[in-house]
Design a protein around this ligand. Structure first.
Ligand SMILES: Cc1cc2nc3c(=O)[nH]c(=O)nc-3n(C[C@H](O)[C@H](O)[C@H](O)COP(=O)(O)OP(=O)(O)OC[C@H]3O[C@@H](n4cnc5c(N)ncnc54)[C@H](O)[C@@H]3O)c2cc1C
Length: 602
């Protein structure tokens, strides 16, 4: 394993190690099998979901269930499930691309799909015993049964381990009785299996159970009415009440008190899948917007010809491009790590668990970045449609409403932001990511005399790659300074954590876009990748601004006097271009490309 380990970056190491563009996976690297899967999923979306948008918006829950069953018939529910349990056993990249390309028709279906294949099924494939997997997974993989995940309670949302639902062991030790109330449960209206988290006695941590739900024999389970929601209207979301629900003792998942761990790991997988599920929406929003903007004339001019609209088209494209780049980069890292662990003798189950856990930082980064990008993209989509964007008759309105939930579930974006930094610090303490060495070097650099030479930046991306290195130094300086100042109390300084997370997020996203483009330029040409180069540069330009803003507010908050002055000067150095890109021209180039192609074409 040691040799292989050298070639695959560990989670979080992107911050301190340079990545070669040949080592990142990009959407242009899809294998024939992956490309076929993508086509098949897109065809399903075009046929079964998009034409029925009006019914989804009219809260036709039966339609969601029906289309889920059809997705099961196509095998889409089983992509991630090992063959031994009736699945296709495809790799992690295929799992992610299925979530991506099935998601753009409506957030309702996307949520039902994600809740079932992710948090509804994964806890069993990742933590189940052989008997549990044999009994439940094939039915979930085929779509005969659907899964739901019952973690949230009225009093326990972000603080998921604080739930009051109880599980009481029977006198004969053969079963547990579950009592409590869960809320916001996706797929509750049509599921047959629930992953339920409950507390045994006064355990510190909750415990997971597999609970069957049969409407003919409800076993003390009742459902609340369907929630009336801002978006994802045909996704079934209900409260679930357990009243002396009897669950066989063998349905406990993993061990007693292991539930919080299960919940968190299921969410890790869910987060990268959720990011993927926000990608095709962005592509589709942009395509719809560029077509409208080309046809809609004001002042005798197609609005797409106005600079004000070109800005929007270009920014929408660049953020979708960065989102794709980072999502597939991380997906392949996870896939490779799973393969590496299997090669080293782990079972698939152990390997998958560890593989995903390893990249929990990247999963949280992606969840936050891409859920916010899709929201911005939909918002600008409405703006491009003008008054028509506000009408239910055009697709922007529902895209905007549907996008909103992604910032809330699978851990709110605030919680995920704080997790990224918290997990990184933990990894550093465990010795998995050496932050201390690079942070000390940055400290020395700050004390030294800066070089006044202007390097040769004539080679493509040479300045951008140097800039990424500098942004990493900025993170190490800011986060390192904050850790030094507050130590373990840093977690009480949420504004600092969130600012540091924003810096980290921008670095990962911008670097991913640059590496993808560099790799593709090597196998095609700069001319062919011209718009992609422009998108990578545009994304980085904004990233640099964000790093400067967040770095500055952080430094001012925790450093004083000479130290503050030195760090602010360092930040200026780390966020300074030798040659500023002309982002007005970059945006025009990107906008002209999507206009010419009439779609998101990357
Ligand atoms: C449509 C929908 C579907 C859902 N599906 C499921 C499902 O299938 N299964 C399931 O178990 N749950 C589900 N959820 C629940 C979802 O995961 C929670 O809503 C989410 O975790 C947030 O919890 P909360 O709503 O209680 O908000 P709260 O935890 O009360 O948070 C409110 C605000 O406070 C912030 N906040 C909370 N704690 C902190 C803190 N420590 N520091 C800083 N800020 C903080 C949050 O970021 C947020 O902005 C769903 C929710 C919705 C709306």
């Amino acid at each position: 394993m040691a040799d292989l380990e050298k070639d695959i970056l560990r989670g979080g190491q992107f911050l301190v190690k340079e990545t070669n563009c040949d080592d990142v996976f990009t959407p242009e690297d899809f294998s024939e099998e992956q490309a076929m899967m993508k086509d098949s999923v897109m065809e399903f979306n075009d046929r079964e979901i998009i034409p029925h948008k009006a019914r989804f918006e009219a809260k036709d829950y039966a339609l969601t269930e029906d289309v889920m069953r059809k997705a099961g018939d196509m095998g889409f529910l089983s992509v991630a499930v090992p063959e031994a349990y009736g699945g296709m056993g495809m790799g992690f990249v295929s799992t992610v691309l299925t979530c991506d390309y099935i998601s753009s028709g409506t957030g309702s279906f996307s949520t039902a799909f994600g809740a079932h294949t992710g948090i509804g099924t994964m806890p069993i494939t990742l933590y189940g015993t052989e008997e549990q997997k044999q009994k439940y997974v094939p039915k979930l993989a085929s779509g005969e049964w659907f899964g739901a995940y019952c973690l949230t309670e009225p009093g326990a949302g972000s603080d998921a381990n604080s739930g009051k639902t109880t599980a009481e062991l029977s006198a004969d030790g053969k079963s547990y009785k579950i009592n409590g109330q869960k809320m916001w449960i996706s797929n509750a209206g049509f599921c047959s299996v629930m992953i339920v988290f409950a507390r045994i006695e006064d355990d510190k941590n909750i415990t997971g159970f597999i609970v069957e739900y049969d409407t003919e024999n409800p076993n003390g389970i009742t459902l609340g009415e369907e929630e009336h929601k801002l978006g994802i209207r045909a996704s079934s979301t209900r409260q679930v009440f357990f009243n002396d629900t009897v669950v066989p003792a063998e349905n406990m998942l993993a061990g007693r008190g292991e539930g919080f761990k299960i919940a968190m790991n299921a969410l890790n997988v869910g987060r990268i899948k959720l990011a993927a599920a926000c990608l095709d929406s962005q592509r589709r929003i942009l395509t719809t917007a560029v077509n409208y903007a080309t046809e809609r004339k004001q002042f005798k001019t197609p609005i797409a010809d106005f600079g004000a609209i070109k800005v929007k088209l270009a920014e929408m494209a660049a953020s979708a491009y960065a989102g794709e780049s980072a999502t597939y980069r991380a997906a392949k890292n996870i896939e490779d790590r799973i393969a590496m662990r299997e090669a080293a003798g782990n079972t698939h189950q152990e390997a998958e668990l560890k593989g995903v856990e390893e990249y929990a930082i990247e999963c949280s980064i992606l969840k936050v970045a891409v859920s916010e990008d899709v929201q911005n993209c939909a918002d600008e989509g409405i703006q491009i449609f003008g008054g028509m964007g506000f009408s239910e008759e055009t697709p922007m309105e529902s895209a905007w409403r549907d996008a909103r939930i992604a910032r809330i579930y699978e851990g709110t974006n605030e919680i995920n932001r704080m997790l990224t930094v918290g997990m990184l610090v933990k990894k550093a303490m465990k010795g998995h990511v050496d932050l201390l060495g690079p942070a000390s070097k940055v400290q020395e650099e700050l004390m030294g005399i800066p070089s006044f030479e202007t390097p040769d930046y004539s080679e493509l991306f040479s300045e951008e790659k140097e800039m990424i290195k500098k942004l990493k130094k900025a993170f190490l300086m800011v986060a390192g300074g904050a850790v030094q100042k507050y130590g373990p109390q840093l977690e009480d300084h949420q504004q600092l954590l969130i600012a540091a997370a924003d810096i980290l997020i921008e670095i990962y996203m911008a670097e991913s876009a640059i590496l993808r483009t560099e790799k593709n330029v090597k196998r095609t040409s700069e001319a062919e990748q011209s718009a992609q180069i422009a998108m990578a540069k545009l994304y980085l330009y904004h990233a640099v601004d964000i790093v400067e803003e967040k770095g500055k507010e952080s430094i001012i908050s925790f450093a004083e006097g000479d130290e503050q002055r030195m760090m602010l000067m360092g930040l200026k150095r780390f966020t300074k271009y030798a040659n500023y890109p002309d982002i007005v021209d970059l945006r025009i180039e990107i906008a002209e490309k999507v206009k010419a192609e009439g779609k998101y074409c990357f």
